[in-house]
Design a protein around this ligand. Structure first.
Ligand code: HEC
Length: 144
């Protein structure tokens, strides 16, 4: 429980930083200048958001989708909370998320639905482990 609370607090802090950075495109770039404050995983998550926004546009425009993220890094990137992977929950959610990405990559059919399923797996992990950004992640869904 104490660990859960700690992660929650960290996520709320991460979320406030994230929404602040979201206010101007300029500030977003500057965030890489503070490597001591931002964990490797937090930076990976920001790249993930950027990549996901790009893929969303590609699907809406009927273009080929491109992922530049190395998804394996989700398993190894150093998080703000060092005990994050201890109870196995994070790892299980990561596998489920990567599975949903593969489903999207491998389909030629309803990409929008599989894309929204993928966003739902971001949300599933975040609801359990890091609820701060959930509202922001929901907005990544494709409206149909
Ligand atoms: C397996 C669990 C998991 C999945 C899946 C996941 N996240 Fe995260 N996310 C986290 C954790 C844990 C953090 C906190 C990272 C840290 O501070 O070290 C985080 C942080 C973030 C942040 C805040 C980053 C910052 O600036 O500090 C955003 C935004 C985010 N995730 C968006 C997403 C999006 C979008 C997806 C799906 C494309 C996603 N996440 C998938 C667990 C997950």
């Amino acid at each position: 429980m104490r660990l859960g609370l700690k992660i929650l607090v960290l996520c709320i802090i991460a979320y406030s930083l994230f929404s602040y950075q979201g206010t101007t495109a300029q500030n977003k770039k500057e965030s890489t200048n503070y490597p001591n404050k931002d964990s490797e995983l937090a930076i990976l998550m920001r790249d993930l958001v950027e990549n996901t926004e790009k893929v969303k546009k590609q699907i809406i425009n009927g273009e080929e989708i491109e992922f530049f993220i190395e998804f394996k890094k989700l398993h190894t990137a150093v998080p703000t909370e060092v005990n994050l992977r201890d109870d196995g929950l994070y790892t299980a959610f990561t596998e489920s998320y990567i599975y949903s990405v593969k489903e999207l990559i491998n389909t030629e059919n309803d990409k929008a639905t599989l894309y929204n399923n993928m966003i739902q797996s971001c949300i599933n992990c975040h609801q359990q482990i890091c609820p701060g950004p959930v509202k922001r992640i929901r907005k990544l869904k494709i409206k149909k």
